[in-house]
Design a protein around this ligand. Structure first.
Ligand SMILES: *Cc1c(COP(=O)(O)O)cnc(C)c1O
Length: 384
C-alpha cells in the first residue's frame, strides 16, 4: 500500500497516530511526561522542545494534509504567527502584509514591529500590482490570508508566490479559513502555512491551538526561536486536537454545503443588502476560488439593509449562537466591528469595508432548514 498517496479522509483518520505498543489500544495513548530520559535515547524530549510523542505524531498529520515536509503545533494561532514571523525577521527587515488580515495579527504587527526595528507595509488592495509596489530592497516576507476575514476576499496565491520568488522573498499564508481540505498553498508555491487550530482543526470550540507547516529547513528555523519563546501546546490538548482532526474533512465538507445553501438564501432575501461568499457567482473572485480552492469554505458574511435592527436580530436568534470565534460544528454569528476588528480604528474599519451592519456567519453542521427558519424568525422580529 502506497502510504505517500493517501486520500484526505484517510490522512485525517490515520496519519500520525501514536502506536500503543504496551496495551495495543486502538487510539493514540497520551504521554503527559514533562521529564524524559537523556541517556540511550535518539531524541531528548521535553514539551517546550515541541517533541513529545503526541506533538511529534500530530505534526505528521498536519504536514501530510498540507503536503509539507514538516510541521509544528503551538499553544495558539497567535503563538504560531508571532513565532514564525520573528523567526525570519530581524532589525532592519521589512514585511509586506495583505491589508485585511486577522485583527490579532494586525495588532501584533502594529504594536510589536517598532520594538524590533522591523518595518512593515500593508497593501492597499489585493492586486498583484499592489503587492509588487510594496516590495522594497529589505523586504523579507510577504504575508497573506485568503479567503480573508470577514469579507471573504481572495488573493491569487500562485501569482503572489511567483512574485515573491522572483524577488527572493519568503511567503507566509494564514490558511485558517480555507483549511488544507480546500486549499494547499505549498502546492501553489507558498513557503510557510499557518493555522489557528482553534478553528477548523479543533472544530468543537473547545481547543485553543496553532500550527505551522513548511519545509524542514524553515521548521528548524521556527523551532530555534520557538524553544525560546515557549509557545508549545500541552500534550493533553494535543491529544484532543488529534481526536478532532480525524473528522476535519467530514466536518468542513458538511459545513461548506450549508454555507453554499445559506449564501443563496441570504442573497435572495429582501432585508439583506449583500452577501460575501466565494462560492457565489456574483463574488468578484469566484473564478479564482474555483482555480485555487477545492471547495468554497464554510465562512460567509452579509450586510443587513437599514430597516433591520442588527443587534436585535442577533439577540432574537434561537439556534444560531452570537459568539466570538468560528468554525465549530455549531453555527455562530458575530459583528466584526465589535469583536474581531474592535482593535482597529473606525477609519481602518471603514477603509476595509467593515460596517456596523456587517455580520460574519460561521456555518456549522446543523440541518440547513433549521438555520433558515431561525434566521427568518429573527428577521421578522426586527423589521424597524
Ligand atoms: C483566530 C484566528 C487567528 C488567531 O488564532 P488564535 O488561536 O486565536 O490565537 C489567526 N488567524 C485567523 C484567520 C483566525 O481566525
Amino acid at each position: 500500500m502506497d502510504k505517500h498517496n493517501l486520500g484526505v479522509n484517510t490522512i485525517c483518520t490515520h496519519v500520525g497516530e501514536v502506536e500503543d505498543t504496551q496495551f495495543k489500544g486502538g487510539v493514540s495513548p497520551i504521554f503527559l511526561a514533562s521529564s524524559y530520559a537523556f541517556m540511550d535515547v535518539n531524541v531528548k524530549r521535553y514539551p517546550r522542545y515541541f517533541n513529545t510523542p503526541n506533538q511529534d505524531h500530530l505534526c505528521r498529520k498536519i504536514a501530510a494534509l498540507e503536503q509539507a515536509e514538516s510541521a509544528m503545533i503551538f499553544g495558539s494561532g497567535m503563538a504560531a504567527i508571532s513565532t514564525t514571523l520573528l523567526a525570519f525577521l530581524k532589525a532592519g527587515d521589512h514585511i509586506v502584509l495583505q491589508n485585511d488580515i486577522y485583527g490579532g495579527t494586525r495588532n501584533f504587527i502594529e504594536t510589536q514591529c517598532d520594538n524590533y526595528s522591523i518595518e512593515y507595509t500593508f497593501t492597499k488592495d489585493l492586486s498583484l500590482e499592489d503587492f509588487d509596489s510594496c516590495i522594497k530592497s529589505n523586504t523579507k516576507i510577504i504575508y497573506i490570508e485568503t479567503p480573508s476575514n470577514p469579507l471573504l476576499k481572495l488573493v491569487d496565491i500562485e501569482a503572489v508566490s511567483n512574485l515573491a520568488k522572483s524577488k527572493g522573498v519568503l511567503t507566509v499564508i494564514d490558511n485558517t479559513f480555507a483549511t488544507p481540505i480546500n486549499q494547499q498553498p505549498i502546492t501553489l508555491g507558498i513557503d510557510i502555512v499557518i493555522h489557528s487550530a482553534t478553528k477548523y482543526f479543533g472544530g468543537h470550540s473547545d481547543i485553543c491551538a496553532g500550527a505551522v507547516a513548511a519545509s524542514q529547513q524553515h521548521i528548524d528555523a521556527i523551532w530555534q526561536l520557538g524553544i525560546n519563546l515557549g509557545g508549545n501546546l500541552s500534550d493533553f490538548t494535543v491529544w484532543m486536537l488529534e481526536r478532532s482532526m480525524k473528522t476535519l474533512a467530514l466536518r468542513v465538507k458538511a459545513q461548506q454545503r450549508n454555507a453554499k445553501r445559506l449564501a443563496k438564501f441570504l442573497q435572495a432575501h429582501s432585508s439583506i443588502e449583500n452577501v460575501n461568499y466565494p462560492g457565489l457567482k456574483s463574488h468578484p473572485n469566484y473564478n479564482l476560488a474555483k482555480r485555487q480552492m477545492n471547495g468554497f469554505g464554510a465562512m460567509l458574511s452579509f450586510e443587513f439593509k437599514s430597516h433591520i435592527n442588527v443587534k436585535g436580530f442577533l439577540s432574537s436568534l434561537e439556534l444560531i449562537k452570537p459568539s466570538m470565534s468560528l468554525a465549530g460544528v455549531e453555527s455562530t454569528m458575530l459583528l466584526p466591528a465589535e469583536t474581531s476588528h474592535a482593535l482597529l480604528t473606525s477609519e481602518e474599519r471603514r477603509n476595509q469595508g467593515i460596517t456596523n451592519r456587517l455580520i460574519r456567519f460561521s456555518l456549522g453542521i446543523e440541518c440547513k432548514k433549521d438555520l433558515i427558519n431561525d434566521i427568518e424568525q429573527a428577521i421578522a422580529k426586527q423589521i424597524l
